[in-house]
Design a protein around this ligand. Structure first.
Ligand code: HEC
Length: 152
């Protein structure tokens, strides 16, 4: 079976199953591979948006890593995405203000990541505003995502 028929099969199985077991969470029935492909689709979307700005734009994990670690001055404090998300995205982070633990951002370490487009977009906007005073460019978001997707 190819990928599409597999997904179609999974969806039919899911619909059939839900009819019997009310309250089944469909997210919970996605395989790790399918979750990863959702993140890949989102990365492709960012690549397409970045190419509207610069037709030669190519997403890069290296640029994503640099962006992740880049320090900016926020009200006298040196901050980066890593300040909360940890220097190593495969590890749990910690909120700089509340001290609350944050689950790893790397997809291999936390398969729940980047499976909900709205959540991803709203977090990108929020944190980019906190650090840069504006939303990040599609190229930055795409690089960031490629970095997190390619971490083994
Ligand atoms: C002040 C702390 C803090 C900083 C700094 C921070 N984040 Fe976050 N980030 C969080 C929290 C809290 C969450 C939501 C909790 C969760 O999803 O585990 C989160 C979640 C996210 C998500 C959602 C991932 C998903 O599951 O879809 C993205 C994307 C993200 N952050 C991007 C960034 C980027 C880009 C930067 C740097 C520009 C950044 N964050 C800096 C605290 C922070």
């Amino acid at each position: 079976m190819n990928k599409i028929s597999l997904v179609a099969f999974a969806l039919f199985a899911l619909i059939g199953f839900s009819a019997h077991a009310a309250g089944t969470d469909d997210q919970g029935n996605l395989t790790a591979e399918e979750r990863e492909s959702v993140a890949n689709l989102l990365a492709r979307e960012y690549a397409a948006m970045a190419q509207k700005v610069d037709p030669k734009a190519v997403l890069s994990a290296e640029a994503g890593r640099a962006f992740y670690l880049k320090k900016v001055n926020v009200e006298g404090k040196e901050m980066s995405c890593a300040s909360c998300h940890s220097d190593n995205p495969k590890e749990s982070g910690k909120h700089t203000e509340t001290g609350k633990p944050i689950k790893p951002l790397a997809i291999r370490a936390n398969p729940e990541r980047f499976t909900n487009r709205d959540k991803t977009e709203s977090n990108f906007s929020k944190h980019c505003r906190e650090l840069y005073g504006k939303d990040c460019a599609a190229k930055d978001k795409g690089d960031y995502l490629i970095y997190l997707l390619t971490l083994k």
